[in-house]
Design a protein around this ligand. Structure first.
Ligand SMILES: NC(=O)c1ccc[n+]([C@@H]2O[C@H](COP(=O)([O-])OP(=O)(O)OC[C@H]3O[C@@H](n4cnc5c(N)ncnc54)[C@H](O)[C@@H]3O)[C@@H](O)[C@H]2O)c1
Length: 320
């Protein structure tokens, strides 16, 4: 069994690659940047906008994980036209490459943000979606619909995974847990808006990767699954957890922001019932692992710069 992972160099994709490899699945990464987290991965360099490259990358592939995207909502907000090309046209290109080839199953990395405008507080995969306010979510909903249309029209099997908010090693620095950890390690105070009771449910990235791997099971064909965390974590708890793990951290309250989003209750019961998936890593353990990774990354970088500095300062040795 060999799978292609688009976006396999990214945060979630690289963990999906690790998990699949652990389970004995062969992997080829399709990305426009080199995988940096491990060197033993077959890599096909290309862009989602290049249909021919995608078609060639599918040679010998049994299933496709499609995770490549403009994934940061701020980037999408700042570049909607470009983001539409990558997130929507890119998905059609993957589907088209599959249609012109061997019609392998496409497992798509979507988001629980597709529920953002549903007029209910608790949602599951049967909840009717409303046109989303955010353009990022609109691109993800469009991709979901294209997958299902290609499924119906061309008999291409699909699976849609709606991820909750992931955190853990390799996360981008601009997310809330990395920001708090970075500040705490620099000795800066953590600021909590209002009473800090706004909650989120986070899903540890290795748990998410496990859910992705399980989605290869035949039972997941033509199904949608929410993969969300279990614990409700308030902003205050995030700050306190980071404080507990890093130590000596000051937490300051600032005035609340009006209309702060309270979060929706997303059910992942279907993934548990059909795939046997449930998140296992507690928020505290996940933050502990993130802090360990963050410190190691910083130490490696400092050691590399120190070595360069030393090499450049050393007197040049005369050549014979
Ligand atoms: N991170 C989150 O909070 C989150 C939450 C829910 C869903 N998702 C979805 O999960 C998927 C992965 O997100 P992530 O956080 O790992 O993002 P990421 O930015 O870390 O990774 C995305 C990868 O896609 C690649 N890519 C971008 N444009 C490309 C192109 N034109 N051709 C080839 N490769 C391209 C990037 O190089 C990168 O390696 C995305 O589809 C995202 O929408 C992310």
């Amino acid at each position: 069994m060999k799978v292609l992972v688009t976006g396999g160099s990214g945060f979630i994709g690289s963990h999906v690659v690790d998990k699949l490899r652990d389970k004995g699945v062969q992997v080829r990464v399709f990305d426009m940047v080199m995988p940096t987290f491990r060197k033993d991965i077959e890599f096909y360099h290309g862009s989602l906008l290049d249909l021919e490259a995608l078609r060639m990358a599918l040679s010998g592939i049994d299933a496709v994980y499609h995770l490549a995207a403009v994934a940061d909502v701020k980037d999408v907000y700042n570049a909607p036209h470009y983001s539409e090309q990558i997130n929507v046209r890119g998905t059609i290109n993957v589907l088209e490459a599959v249609r012109l080839g061997n019609k392998q199953r496409v497992i798509y990395g979507s988001t629980t943000w597709v529920y953002s405008d549903a007029p209910v507080d608790s949602v599951d995969e049967e909840t009717a979606l409303k046109a989303p306010s955010h353009f990022y979510s609109a691109t993800k909903v469009a991709s979901e619909y294209y997958l299902q249309s290609y499924g119906k029209l061309y008999d291409i099997p699909w699976t849609i995974l709606r991820y909750g908010i992931p955190y853990g090693p390799r996360a981008r620095d601009g997310a809330v847990v990395p920001i708090f950890v970075g500040k705490a390690l620099r000795g800066e105070a953590l600021t909590v808006a209002g009473d800090g009771s706004q909650f989120r449910k986070f899903v540890y990235v290795e748990d998410l990767a496990e859910g992705n791997a399980l989605a290869l099971m035949p039972a997941a064909k033509n199904r949608i699954y929410n993969l969300d965390g279990k614990e409700r974590v308030t902003i205050k708890q995030i700050a306190e957890t980071v404080g507990k793990i890093v130590g000596n951290v000051k937490i300051e309250s600032v005035p609340g922001r009006p209309g702060d989003f309270g979060g929706k209750e997303v059910s992942s019961a279907r993934a548990k019932a059909e795939l046997g998936w449930e998140p296992r890593i507690s928020f505290e353990e996940g933050v502990r692992r993130y802090v360990a990774w963050y410190k190691e990354r910083r130490a490696t970088s400092e050691a590399q710069w120190a070595a360069v500095d030393q090499a450049l300062k050393a007197p040049a040795t005369a050549k014979a």
